[in-house]
Structures are given as structure tokens and as C-alpha cells.
Design a protein around this ligand. Structure first.
Ligand code: SIN
Ligand code: FE2
Length: 217
């Protein structure tokens, strides 16, 4: 496999790129804190390991997930929901690291959403071939708050559509350090991730890590 290394180089953040009303890409916004975020992911997932959840339909997800913060998103045969404790351990989810909350609040502010105070962070790990089919984030209690999504490691193709499932989503390549924020009229936009391509990231190897911050309560 050949790769243009220059294309993979995180660029310094410049300005929001509007992709829909209430939705922006902040390219490179997290580049300078990537190492701190990944160190914190290692600490969180030592307590609450990444695991492949089962959907209500009985399908095992290709993305492995964990959580930190007061609330964590889980799925099993009985449905999707937020819980205060990790079903694997019965213990509360690990607290949200300060570097996570700081970045999420700064990104939301940059995107025009003041006073974002996330109480949940879903950690998604993609290995080559893993994908997330089109869905809406609709299990959260506060729909006035946006979703803040941080990409680390291997590049991915992010699919972002409208609030109607029938509309074909646009495709955006997200690399290490990119942040997407969607709220307001785009809060219930359909989104997903195309199957992750093979690659070798200098820090994460064959992995992409995504952090999504939400106001779940
Ligand atoms: C998600 O929809 O929760 C994750 C999106 C992503 O991995 O970029
Ligand atoms: Fe989502």
C-alpha cells in the first residue's frame, strides 16, 4: 500500500468549515493535544475496556466501545441507553479526563455552541474494516447541546447527511486531530463511518480512535 505521507500530516487549525446548518469541521483543532488525549484513552480503557457491543437486533458491532464521564452509552439485546456504571464491572464509568472536557468545550465554543458541558464521552475504536452504519444520535436528554466528535489515528471517511434517512450523505475524510461538531438544525443529522481502510498510523498503528462528547442527562 502506498500512502502520501504529506496528506497524513495534521495541519494547524485555521477556521471552521461549515458542512450543514449547525454543523462544522474544525480541521486540525485537536492536533496539538492528540498525545495527551491518547494517553488519557489508555488510562480510561485500562479501567473500562473497549468491547464489541451487541445491537438490539443481535448484531455484534465492528467498532469496539467504552465510555468515560458520568454517563456511558451502551447497547444490548434490550436496547440502546445511557448508564451510570459499566455493565462489565458494575463500577461507575471512569471520570472524564480534564484534557477531554477542555478540548470538547473549546471545540463547541469555536463552533458557536457556548456553555457546552458534556457528561458523556463515547470512545470508539475502529480497526481496518470496521464501520458505523448511518444513524442519528438520539438517546441524549439534551437536544439543545451539540455532539463534538474528535478523530485520532488512521484516517476515516465520515458520512454526514441530513435529518432525513433517504438523503444521500456527503463524504468527508477525517484525519488525526480533526474535530466535527453538529447541533442546532443538524443535531439529528444521520451520520456514520465508511469501512476503515488499512493503514499504519505513527502513534496508533492499525487503529482509529474517535471520541464523541454528549450531554446525555
Ligand atoms: C459516532 O457516530 O458515534 C462516531 C462517529 C465517528 O467515529 O467519527
Ligand atoms: Fe453517532
Amino acid at each position: 500500500m502506498t500512502q502520501n505521507l504529506f496528506e497524513e500530516e495534521p495541519l494547524a487549525y485555521v477556521a471552521p468549515q461549515v458542512i450543514a446548518p449547525g454543523a462544522v469541521l474544525l480541521r486540525g483543532f485537536a492536533s496539538d493535544v492528540g498525545t495527551a488525549l491518547l494517553d488519557a484513552v489508555t488510562q480510561v480503557t485500562a479501567c473500562a475496556p473497549l468491547r464489541h457491543l451487541v445491537t438490539p437486533g443481535g448484531y455484534t458491532m465492528s467498532v469496539a466501545m467504552s465510555n468515560c464521564g458520568a454517563l456511558g452509552w451502551v447497547s444490548d439485546r434490550t436496547g440502546y441507553r445511557y448508564t451510570r456504571s459499566d455493565p462489565l464491572s458494575g463500577q461507575p464509568w471512569p471520570p472524564m479526563p480534564d484534557c477531554f472536557a477542555d478540548l470538547a468545550v473549546r471545540a463547541a465554543t469555536e463552533a458557536g455552541f457556548e456553555d457546552f458541558r458534556p457528561d458523556a464521552c463515547l470512545i470508539n475504536r475502529y480497526e481496518p474494516g470496521a464501520r458505523l452504519s448511518l444513524h442519528q444520535d438520539k438517546d441524549e436528554g439534551d437536544m439543545t447541546a451539540p455532539i463534538v466528535s474528535v478523530s485520532l489515528g488512521l484516517p476515516a471517511v465520515f458520512l454526514f447527511g441530513s435529518t432525513l434517512r433517504k438523503d444521500r450523505p456527503a463524504r468527508y475524510r477525517l484525519i488525526h486531530g480533526d474535530v466535527a461538531v453538529w447541533g442546532g438544525p443538524s443535531r439529528l443529522a444521520y451520520h456514520g463511518v465508511a469501512p476503515l481502510a488499512e493503514g499504519d498510523h505513527p502513534r496508533l498503528g492499525r487503529q482509529r480512535i474517535n471520541l464523541t462528547f454528549r450531554c446525555a442527562a
